[in-house]
Design a protein. Structure first.
Length: 56
């Protein structure tokens, strides 16, 4: 984990909106990848229920 003085240094150097955007992107990256996998699985399950050949 980064020290709070490092965070304030980043805010000073790059600006609050850039630091906030970076922080949120880093935190959400794994969740978005997981969501993409789940949506792909759901698509395959729906195709299987319809009797279609699932696409991956």
């Amino acid at each position: 984990m980064t020290d709070i003085s490092e965070v304030f240094g980043f805010i000073k150097d790059f600006g609050f909106p850039v630091v906030l955007s970076w922080f949120l992107l880093v935190r959400m990256e794994n969740k978005l990848a997981s969501l993409t996998d789940v949506i792909g699985d759901l698509s395959c399950n729906i195709a299987a229920l319809r009797g279609e050949t699932p696409r991956k």
